[in-house]
Design a protein around this ligand. Structure first.
Ligand SMILES: NC(=O)c1ccc[n+]([C@@H]2O[C@H](COP(=O)([O-])OP(=O)(O)OC[C@H]3O[C@@H](n4cnc5c(N)ncnc54)[C@H](OP(=O)(O)O)[C@@H]3O)[C@@H](O)[C@H]2O)c1
Length: 285
């Protein structure tokens, strides 16, 4: 099966590492906002599956760059979906818990109507709608709180600050599931039946929520990081109101992943995944 991965960030590189025979295409090869470039670049590759990991992902900056965020996360997803439908290619795309306002009391299921909490969430919702309008054979995975060895992440930020200052304040009123990019990529490839030896019968196309097993808040995630890395530090819990950011975050971002779990194993429990990540990468400071 010929797999094309678009986007060389956290998830794109994780998919490439989990399935090295895939072709990885970065922004310099293909800017997804240039509709004509899509056929020009992808026609010669002729993939069976496209995994779109390209996105505008700066959540705070999106508040002041709504138009560019909408173009990349919304309009361009429509271009990819149209191209995939025309060429009989299965399209994989990603969205976020930020398409919800986070006021619900239970983990969100796939059939909850979106009500985006911020500009980034709105742009991702536009992408979801473009996928539904123009796409045919599509899987949309809503994911959250991704970390991995490439680039900055929460774990690196916490260990760095703890080492440098010995003092940390982290919000304890936003809930979700920290998810390791490598673990997530492996579970999604199995779900898609791309992993060699996976079952033949494919899950139905549609929307799936997938994240690490279990839920936590950022403060407790930080506490677990400090405990596993054994970095001594004073950790204080604060509220989101005490630590405002340009973009609002959902208090309840928990995703109900039961639908995904009917077709593939879920990513590891979040504390186990953290420990495997730290074991593989060493304590990042
Ligand atoms: N990370 C998370 O916690 C998280 C949570 C929920 C959902 N998601 C979704 O998961 C997907 C993968 O995210 P990620 O974490 O891998 O993001 P990421 O690390 O920020 O990578 C995004 C990639 O998209 C590329 N890109 C941006 N604009 C592009 C364009 N016009 N054409 C081609 N490439 C472009 C970026 O290139 P440059 O480096 O050149 O900008 C970057 O390589 C996205 O759909 C994201 O919205 C992520």
């Amino acid at each position: 099966m010929k797999v094309l991965i678009i986007g060389t960030g956290l998830m794109g590189t994780a998919f490439k590492s989990a399935y090295p025979e895939a072709i990885l295409c970065g922004r310099k090869d293909l800017d997804i906002t240039q509709e004509n470039a899509i056929a020009h670049v992808i026609d010669p590759i002729a993939p069976d599956v496209m995994i779109n990991c390209a996105a505008y992902t700066n959540v705070d900056k999106a508040e002041s760059e709504q138009s560019i965020a909408n173009q990349i996360n919304g309009t361009a997803v429509g271009y990819l979906a149209k191209y995939a439908a025309k060429n009989d290619i299965t399209l994989i795309h990603f969205s976020t818990d930020y398409v919800f306002d986070g006021q619900g009391k239970e983990p969100y299921s796939e059939n909850t109507t979106p009500s985006p909490i911020n500009a980034y969430g709105y742009s991702k919702w536009l992408g979801e709608q473009a996928l539904a309008k123009y796409g045919q054979s599509t899987y949309l995975f809503r994911i959250q709180w991704i970390y991995g060895k490439n680039g900055n992440n929460f774990i690196k930020a916490i260990t760095k600050k703890a080492t440098e200052t010995g003092n940390l304040a982290v919000v304890n009123d936003q809930w979700g599931s920290p998810t390791w990019n490598q673990d997530l990529a492996e579970k999604i490839l199995f779900f898609l039946r791309i992993t060699p030896g996976s079952p033949k019968e494919k899950p139905p196309y549609g929307i799936y929520h997938v994240a690490s097993q279990g839920h936590t808040n950022w403060h407790d995630f930080a506490a677990e990081i400090l405990s596993q890395t054994q970095i001594p530090s004073t950790l204080t819990a604060v509220t989101s109101d005490e630590m405002p950011r340009p973009a609002k975050r959902p208090p309840n971002g928990r995703l109900n992943c039961e639908k995904f779990a009917r077709h593939a194993p879920l990513p590891l429990p979040w504390t186990t995944a953290l420990s495997r990540y730290l074991h593989e990468t060493g304590t990042p400071t």
